[in-house]
Design a protein around this ligand. Sequence first.
Ligand SMILES: N[C@@H](CCC(=O)N[C@@H](CS)C(=O)NCC(=O)O)C(=O)O
Length: 212
Amino acid sequence: MKLHNYFRSSSSFRVRIALSLKGLDYEYVPVHIARGDHRTGPYAALSADKLVPMLEDEGERFSQSMAIIEYLDETHPEPPLLPSDPVGRAHVRALAQSIACEIHPLNNLRVLKYLVKDLKLDDAAKTAWYRHWVRDGMEAFERQLALYPGSTFCYGNTPTLADCCLVPQVFNGRRFDCDFSGLPRSMAAFEACMALDAFQRAQPSQAPDAEA
Ligand SMILES: N[C@@H](CCC(=O)N[C@@H](CS)C(=O)NCC(=O)O)C(=O)O
């Protein structure tokens, strides 16, 4: 398996967590998206959407982190990243999507670049935009967690797809000094994840292309 990804990319980090939780070996192929290598380099010819991550396995190329994680979960079922019952799966997917679909796309690299380059927002306005959508989305995430019984991780007592999304979002938000106060369930799940080796190994600072 080959994972085309970037150390700081939160979608990439989601997949690294899933691979790490499942103990799967893979070749790490760095794509420097901050430099634009995903749009112009050899990767652009490989990737239809010109986004990372992309997983190569069994002669196929898989895009979209959530689809990749579900593919890994189906092909390598242990430990499972989705509950065994349809109700649990729907809740976990909803939690994961509230980060992957409601927060992350608003703060993606190309969106931030568009705000600055085309709409002429200054750095302070761009950062305000970023922090606003992280805070707004995380408050919604916290309200959603409060609907479920107390648990160690986002949903239940083992990490799921929801935790694979939460942890990178917190890492990313911290780079922009986002406010994560008053989110007890979310942050307790984050801490529980970070107490596990699998999450530690997957974090950006441990990646082969990590930069200070
Ligand atoms: N929904 C996609 C998002 C992929 C994505 O946007 N990746 C970012 C890095 S986290 C990227 O490649 N950004 C490059 C850009 O915005 O030009 C997924 O979950 O994989």
